[in-house]
Design a protein around this ligand. Sequence first.
Ligand code: ZN
Length: 325
Amino acid sequence: MKKKLTPEIISTYYETKFPIDKFMSFIGLSNFKNREFGFVVGKNRFVRNISFKNTEKLLEFMVKNSVKDAYVGAVFDTPPSKEHPIQKLKWNYREFIYDIDIDEYDLVRTCGCQGAQYCKECWSLIQDAAVFIDQTMREDFGFNDIIWIFSGRRGVHGWVRDPIIQKFDKNERVAILDYLTFIHDEKRSQSIDEIPNEAKPLRNRIYALTAKSYLEKVTSKKLHEFGISVNKAKDIIKQVQNSDDFDHTKYNILIPNDSAVRKKLSSEIVLRRYPRIDRKVTMDTNRVSRMPYSVHGKTGQIAIVIKDIKNFYPDSAPTVWEALM
Ligand SMILES: [Zn+2]
């Protein structure tokens, strides 16, 4: 039976268990009073443009209002308030946040899950996307302070917190996203081979991570549809499954040297498994994101920091009831 998330339980969590120090180390103390917060309160009313003088006041608000969902936004030049809404303020800085939700994959999920549903099979799309973005940020851009947070329900958020990125304006954020989404035409029909040379590290990563993941899960029957013989298909799948250091060189050796086959296959790989990023969330510095360690109002799960994204499954995130035991 599904437990009911009561205002009392929420307040008790924020009063006794919410790790405010950990949360603060997450967003940093400097300019705290100019940071925007947003909450779902009462009967699902969303309020934002709220700021607090200090962390005690923040906690007090969350306990008193039994906030169903809690969000953190950017830092502004003046403390945001009803009288000074963020639209009228000058934006100062914001972490660079990736939002990956399982429902973004609805069109390509083959397991039967839809919307907020997920299973081990389709959740691997989220794990793959996070690993891919994490590596791209570190290796191609040189960022190294990247933390993944469970959204509390159906996805994960990647926070890139390196000081330099906090000041990046919209154009600079778009430039990073454009690099990551070279393959993001509407139909996602672009094949990997068409990615320009400037993005060679990205292209090679698609072979090493995305193609590997696709090929170790695909059936020989499916590969046969692209014009590969069933026996060859079986061999490809076996070799990929047994390879610890699969990369673009191995891909090139393994896949038959037929340009029509290659084009179809690599388009399919991108379509099925390339990270689906919500560009708006990452670009828009006015957005609020779920507060790390807060309670998700629908599931009662806690938005924990994920230690190992490759092996993280939502079931392993604690619920507010478990936290209070
Ligand atoms: Zn599924």
